[in-house]
Design a protein around this ligand. Sequence first.
Ligand code: ADP
Length: 808
Amino acid sequence: MKILLIEDNPGDARLLLEMLKDTPGDFALDSVERLGLGLEYLAAHEVDVVLLDLNLPDSSGLDTIARLHGRFSLLPVVIMTSVDDEELVVQAIRHGATDYLVKGQTDGRLLRRTILYAIERKQAEIALTWRNVRFRLLSETAGRLLSSQEPEETIQTICHEVTNFLDCQVFFNFLVDDEENRLNLNTYAGIPEEEADKIATLDFGEDLCGHVAREGRKIIVEHVQETHGEPNALIKSFGVKAFACYPLISNGAVIGTLAFGTRTRSTFAEEELDLMKTVTDQVATAVARKKAEAALQRNEEELATILASVPIIMLVVNPDRRVLQVNEAAAKFAGRRQVDMSGMRPGEALQCLYALDDPQGCGFGPQCQNCMTRLTVLNTLETGVNHYQVEWHAPFLRNGKQEEVTFLLSTVLMGTGTSGQALVCIEDISARKRTEEALQRSEERATGQAVRLQTVLDTAPAIIWIAHDRECRVITGNRAADDYLRVPVGLNVSKSGAETDRLAHFRVFRDGVELSPAELPIQVVAATGWGLADYSMELRFDDGTVRYLLGNISPLLGDSGEPNGAIGAFIDITERKKMDQLKDEFIGMVSHELKTPLTVVTGAIYTSMTKGVSAKDKKELLHDAVSGAEELTSIIDNLLELSRFQADRLQLNIEPVDVGQVARNVTGKLEKKSALHRLMRDIPETLVPVMADAFRVERILYNLVDNAIKYSPKGGTVTVSAREQDNSVVVTVTDQGIGISVENQARLFEPFQRIQQSHLGIAGVGLGLNVCKRLLEVQGGRIWVESTPGKGSTFSFMLPAAREFEGG
Ligand code: ADP
């Protein structure tokens, strides 16, 4: 047990030393003569109790105890008084003395007991004070940390108090810097600034504090000065004797460290470490709260930035339906300042014309009764139901002009109960709406145009195909084209598409050579971009039909001028082709048919002019020449009539015509044509005349009688008869010739129709009956045939009777 005696009287000092020698127990006594020396001694040595004389050369009376207690309050102090002055003793004890001894009245036993009691009492007192102070400290610390706006600064004050209380001189508080992944020195005490600068940042694992932060476990080093090695070097250099570092842990993560160090003792008591731990936990909570608050603030700031920058109009409306706050988009929309909008009704704030026009303002006008914005906000405020994207429109005053605005309205209740406010979000979709409408209109226009185009294409008499891509994988046709190919409307008719989709019921030829899909005209134009004109091709269908097409094909060009399809318009020229063929055949036939009688004519005349031909032969020859010439004339007359028809130059001279007279003329002309035939007339004398062109009636009758003779090669009777019937006259020519089958009867009257009777060798050009039919039709009559093959034929025609005209 170490005792320090502060006593300036050497006699008293010696006396005490003697007493202690005889006292049982391990007492070691040092003495000094002045208070100043005593204080120095105490700072350098560990002492269990002080024996103090109050009257010293550098201090006297109660001041002595006060000064000593002021510096070393935990030390038990026994004052030595020379007189038994109770008043002084009481005062001294109030100033921190633990007990007292009266000089001259003290023996070894009393001295020992007093010292031991003093130590014990002091310890009890310390324990009590410790508990009290600790309690006060902790509760204050907790309170201050919780209420502090700046916990990081509060930590400094608290640490100072704790260090003082624990008789520590050094502390460090590091906080984790998440971004840099290291520790920053937040506050410290007890070391010079330049030393602090050196440890302003620590890496995880660096030094003791870095180590604690990395491991998340406390480190306590006692007897620091006696230790060796790197980890403790720093604190050792600060003169620290005992050091404790704790991790600040929040939610299982290390957020910093708190460390205390003392230069006066080499160890810490358990309760001191306990206190440090408790304070550390409190600090951790405060720092974590601060961090969370900072994060929250950052979020709020971000939210504020977002709210400011989103193009959505936002208003916070209170239960009285007054605007509390608006964002920048709202101010921009209204053309007002944000501050000016607070306190207004929403409609007024945003310059709704209904609100501006009505003297009572937003929410009261007749239009406001149905205002969706008002109803939605009210509903949210009253029932707490949020609404999402309700579409509404209203007229607003914008930039001095009235503007109909369409918008989507969303409302969210913020807060609860009667204090609830509505966040109103308004998304102006007018521009989008206008664009959509314009798009729809243009789509409708485009559709309309497309429909019109399709109608044009479908009504066009031409066969039109459109290739929709450069490769012609899709080709569709108009109605005429689909009918032509005999496919359903709108079918892809491309021969260049997928193998399986290709139309296979026809093939395309040109000059007798089949075209491959790539050689087809539309494909060629779509691929090259060069059009084709007057292109003819031949379609051969699987059922054997062959059709001819003639057309023009143009490329369809894209925006950049690249071909991306083709359109081809064709007409069917099959009939024309046939006519051409027919014409060619006809010319050949006519030439032939003209040549035969001409040969007869020329031959007969030449022969008749030969010497030695008898007058009788000459007469016969000339007769042959005349009938040949008549045959020629007949053919040429028919040709001329036909050409008049075709040129629309037929002129008729309609007058009452005596059919009997015409029949006589005709039979007269043809009588001599054949010796095998007998021409008969069966025409009443009183037959009513017909209204017709006499010359044409003769032509008709001539053709019919001529045919009757021609097609009864074995001879027989040819009868021309006539009779009146229903205000018309029916003339018939009956022969006993080869007759005509029923199916052939149907087409006899078409031009160039000759029934194959080549084996009979009967000449003809297939014109006569067609001319008859046409001539009768223009004179208001008609022609028909009855015939039995092998027995003969009866050709009849009818013409209106002249009486009808006379009467009418
Ligand atoms: P063409 O006599 O020059 O051949 P038509 O127009 O006068 O031409 O007659 C057309 C066809 O009608 C004839 O080729 C013939 O086959 C048939 N035909 C006309 N008249 C008779 C008839 N009286 N008896 C049988 N066949 C006839």
